[in-house]
Design a protein around this ligand. Structure first.
Ligand SMILES: [Zn+2]
Length: 499
């Protein structure tokens, strides 16, 4: 049986989550739900990165103990499962989950046993915001290109990972598609990084610089494992890598696909560092690295400090889970940035969910009650003028499968939307109320039947994207034991735009 291990990145918990991370969670959830609906075995894995230095600094700034601080913010991240309707199977927290520390220690020892870890003196410019060293030429006027801050000069003896050794095998794995990096421009970016030369990277820091927070280097307690080595390890440690148990065999080496979703800013870590670490440890590499862009607010990246406008808790509370999911899936182009405004979210929900979809289902069910006693007409032959609608229904499964195989969520929702659009056109074209008036009962039954089939298809195909709305559609279109459809109830209410 086909099986998928689907992961999101584990965010730093230095602040509460923002909508940009909700995008990644919702995309992963759609893939998980869709593949489960096709009979695949799926494990949807999420977590939080508690061990970074920036968490420590944020806790100190807040005047709170580090564990207390990361516990509170981690709860805000894992708590998103409810408001965003996520079907997460497992969550790992790197500071408190007993699977994690033991697993990272095993990963460290495996890389050490391959001869890939060594100590040397190092000096470099470190951005705590990024948790990485920057070569001078990658800085922007001496400042971090992402944070605009001046990096810290760090000079100390660290452990290094022999990344340079893996340049050739990594290049081959990405170039031949063994590791599929999507979209293609990100694949090219990864190849360019490799071709530019891979320098060994620091995988530890002094316990002093880490403020005593993080996982000590096995056998060298004066050093703490670098947060990216620690964090990337979560994809294995969550499968009980330390215990070498069934989960590891089933979901890592044994999975048909090992899919990592991530933002474009952490491509280097996932497409270069992580596969190299896996090769060193003798483990399978990921099959799919799926990269999304950033959400912006008037062109500026939305960040955790970006204000309340993009708080997924506030947005789902004010406008509903499905309005937020629909905007993320319908408006964000594949792999690219998208500008978020509440106004766009509201008009997308009103135009498509309330007017387009809600009105359609409501009209169809109301007409079946008015003209057909509430019984769904059992006519299988479609009227000839329903050909375009029938085609939208018939072609949806392949269109959705193809789009999701390309990780194109906008195209996938477009295939569901096409059924809605064609069904609304068909109502206006077939004019069932005139058929009823003229007593053309057989034609009326065929029209209503074609429309009910379309609504049922929407309920089915919408399920991975908008599970709550899809369940309501299916309920509304499914007859009870007596063959009666439920009375028409509004499916989706218009949202009043904020003033
Ligand atoms: Zn930075």
């Amino acid at each position: 049986m086909t099986s998928s291990y689907i992961t999101t990145t584990i965010p730093y918990v230095n602040a509460r989550p923002h909508l940009g991370f909700a995008l990644e969670l919702v995309q992963a959830d759609v893939l998980a739900r869709y593949r489960r609906s096709r009979g695949e075995r799926v494990r949807f894995q999420a977590g939080t990165d508690d061990n970074s230095l920036k968490n420590v600094l944020a806790a100190q700034a807040a005047g709170v103990g580090v564990q207390e601080f990361v516990d509170a913010n981690a709860a805000a991240f894992t708590g998103l499962a409810g408001p965003l309707s996520l079907s997460v199977d497992d969550v790992i927290r790197t500071s408190s989950d007993p699977r994690h520390r033991a697993g990272v220690e095993r990963l460290w020892r495996a890389c050490a046993a391959s001869g890939d870890l060594y100590r040397r003196h190092y000096e470099g410019l470190y951005c705590v915001g990024c948790e990485q060293f920057y070569p001078t030429e990658e800085l922007d006027g001496g400042r971090c290109p992402d944070h605009g801050t001046v990096p810290d000069l760090v000079a100390e003896e660290n452990w290094f990972f022999r990344l340079s050794r893996y340049a050739a095998p990594l290049r081959d794995l990405i170039a031949d598609g063994t590791i599929r990096v999507e979209p293609a421009e990100r694949r090219n970016e990864a190849l360019t990084l490799i071709d530019g030369g891979l320098a060994d990277f620091s995988v530890s820091r002094s316990t002093e610089r880490a403020r005593g927070w993080g996982i000590p280097v096995p056998g060298d307690p004066g050093q703490v494992i670098y947060v990216w080595f620690d964090a990337l390890g979560n994809y294995l440690t969550a499968l009980d890598y330390a215990g070498d148990g069934d989960d590891l065999a089933r979901w890592w080496a044994g999975a048909s696909r090992r899919v990592h979703l991530l933002g474009k800013g952490v491509l280097r870590f996932h497409a270069v560092y992580w596969p190299a670490m896996l090769l060193s440890a003798g483990e399978a590499v990921p099959t799919d690295i799926v990269v999304h862009g950033y959400l912006t607010d008037n062109g500026r990246k939305i960040s955790k400090s970006g204000g309340a406008a993009a708080d997924p808790y506030d947005l789902t509370a004010a406008y509903g889970t499905d309005a937020v999911r629909w905007w993320l899936l319908r408006e964000v182009p594949r792999g690219a940035d998208a500008d978020f405004t509440v106004g766009r979210l509201v008009s997308r929900a009103n135009d498509e969910l309330a007017n387009g979809l809600g009105n359609l289902v409501n009209r169809v069910i109301a007409m079946i009650h008015r003209y057909h006693g509430g019984h769904g007409p059992a006519v299988t032959a479609s009227p000839p003028d329903a050909a375009v609608l029938d085609d939208a229904v018939a072609s949806a499964p392949a269109a959705i499968a193809g789009a999701l195989d390309d990780y194109d969520f906008r195209r996938a929702t477009g295939a569901v939307w096409r059924i809605t659009d064609e069904a609304n056109r068909y109502v206006n074209r077939a004019r069932p109320w005139e058929l009823a008036k003229a007593g053309r009962d057989a034609e009326l039954a065929a029209v209503l039947s074609a429309l009910l089939r379309a609504c049922l298809a929407i309920g089915t195909h919408l399920a991975p994207f908008l599970p709550d709305t899809a369940a309501r559609i299916t309920r509304q279109c499914t007859p009870d034991a007596a063959g009666l459809l439920p009375s028409p109830a509004p499916l989706y209410l218009r949202i009043t735009p904020p003033s």
